[in-house]
Design a protein around this ligand. Structure first.
Ligand code: UD1
Ligand code: MG
Length: 458
């Protein structure tokens, strides 16, 4: 049944109360723009088509997921004008779900319940309501003595709203199913209030026409929250975060300190991974099973294999293979690829480099634009001089190489497999496989020096 439904997502509101230059529905909740949450829920609930109402040039249309149609709201203000803007996208006889782009946590399950009730009740309009939220600012549901919905009274500006209406706790959530023909006929009959055409004004019109209106009162307050200010956004973020962590926890992930953990929507985490305090996992991050993440680690758009460990570190656009260890205090930048079982240690920065399986870069190094072979050991304080002021060059360190501490590699340069590098060297010429490369001034000892200067001082 639900599959025959078209969903309209209203996303063209001014959102003035956000005090932002970014359109309201593009504000992210757990890393995903609000409007995308709503589109995903509509699709998961079986909407055949999703049409998003946007303002020309507001940037909302550009970021929408593939396959979402766009209707531009060029005339008028308010949710009624938003729906009218999508009129051409709705075929006669269709049922239409109308959703609000500022209600990010609406769940597919709840939408499904709404769709089912609409069908079962044979209603022309079915709205979603709750009495489980602080009703301030929301539209209040006024019911007739027989329990039927009479109308919605907006309380965004409560002045002049009768106290008995302000005392009502049941609010309209801005999520509806309509018989499309009845909806557009009724919209043609409504005027404006406070400069806006309110979608909710269609309800009394439908009632006067003898068309049945149903309402689904839900206790799912997470699904219900609407975002009109950044204070609301914080509330939605907190609820969304809890929902995301709970889903991972139920799938086998341990969070040692959920209140200080931030996991964005879309991040994947394998079973038996333990996430410590102060961890942030962002974007397209995929963490394998049995990993140890944190404490105090931020990982963005990175992939970690099974059994990897990442402690007190910052990763962006990196790949860490199974069983590798990163940190404490490592910085992996885009294109860093740490091979299986390798180790990147304390105060080490790696960028656009391949670190071979089992290789070690344990202390105080910068590895940029380099290939470090399997099993190599890069000693403390090694630096790749990858930039000559104009261009970047690569350093190639072969497999099994042992470098000395405080070595600079002036790229482009190649160190052959199994070679050794003497401590303190500046390596600017290739080192053949198995050779010792060493480049540093010869040490000179001056005997009796301290005795001599003491004499000179008198
Ligand atoms: C609306 C409802 C209110 C309900 C609340 C639930 C109306 C008149 N009021 O109020 O009863 O309690 O949602 O959250 O519908 N939009 C457009 N074009 C516009 C105006 C708005 O597309 O011209 C979009 C907004 O981007 C937003 C949604 O419609 O996603 C709701 O608009 P908003 O202004 O937030 O309405 P509320 O005051 O929250
Ligand atoms: Mg709103």
């Amino acid at each position: 049944m639900a599959g025959e439904l078209t969903a309209l997502v209203m996303a063209a509101g001014k959102g003035t109360r956000m005090r932002s230059s970014l359109p309201k529905v593009l504000h992210p909740v757990c890393g995903r723009p609000m409007v995308e949450w709503v589109v995903a829920a509509a699709r998961a609930a079986g909407a055949r088509r999703v049409v998003c109402v946007t303002r020309p040039g507001d940037g909302v249309a550009e970021g929408l997921p593939d396959g979402v149609e766009v209707a531009e709201q060029t005339d008028g203000e308010g949710t009624g004008s938003a729906v009218l803007a999508a009129r051409a996208a709705v075929a006669p006889g269709e049922r239409v779900a109308v959703l609000s782009g500022d209600q990010p946590l609406i769940s597919a399950e709840l939408l499904g319940e709404l769709f089912d009730l609409h069908a079962a009740a044979g209603a022309a309009a079915t709205l979603l309501t709750t009495d489980g939220l602080d009703p301030a600012g929301y539209g209040r549901v006024v019911r007739l003595p027989n329990g039927a919905v009479e109308r919605i009274v907006e309380t965004k500006d409560p002045t002049g709203v009768p106290p008995e209406v302000l005392a009502l706790r049941e609010i309209n959530l801005g999520t509806y199913v309509f018989d499309g023909d009845a909806l557009f006929d009724a919209l043609a009959a409504i005027g404006t209030e406070a400069g806006e055409r309110y979608l909710t004004a269609v309800l009394p019109v439908l009632r006067e026409r003898g068309l049945p209106i149903a309402a689904h009162l839900t206790g799912d307050v997470d699904s219900a929250v609407g975002v009109n200010s950044r204070a609301d956004l914080m509330d939605a973020e907190r609820r969304a975060q809890r929902r995301i962590l709970e889903a991972h926890a139920l799938a086998g992930v341990t969070f040692l300190a959920p209140d200080s953990t931030r996991v964005e929507a879309g991040v994947e985490i394998g079973g038996d991974t333990v996430v410590g305090p102060g961890v942030t996992l962002r974007g397209q991050t995929r963490i394998g099973a049995g990993c140890e993440i944190g404490p105090q680690t931020t990982i963005t758009d990175s992939t970690l294999g099974d059994g990897a460990a990442c402690v007190h570190s910052f990763l962006v656009g990196a790949r860490v293979d199974a069983g590798a260890a990163v940190g404490p205090f490592a910085y992996l930048r885009p294109g860093a690829h740490v091979g299986e079982g390798a180790k990147i240690g304390t105060f080490v920065e790696v960028k656009n480099s391949e670190i071979g399986a089992g290789a070690k870069v344990p202390h105080l190094s910068y590895i940029g634009d380099a290939d470090v072979g399997d099993g190599a050991n890069v000693a403390a304080g090694n630096i790749t001089a990858n930039y000559d002021g104009r261009r970047k060059h690569r350093t190639k360190i072969g497999s099994g190489v042992r470098t000395g501490v405080n070595t600079s590699f002036v790229a482009p340069v190649v160190v052959g497999d199994g070679a050794y590098i003497g401590a303190g060297s500046v390596i600017s010429k290739d080192v053949p496989p198995g050779a010792l490369g060493i480049s540093r001034p010869q040490q000179k000892n001056i005997d009796g020096y301290s005795e001599r200067i003491e004499k000179e001082r008198g």
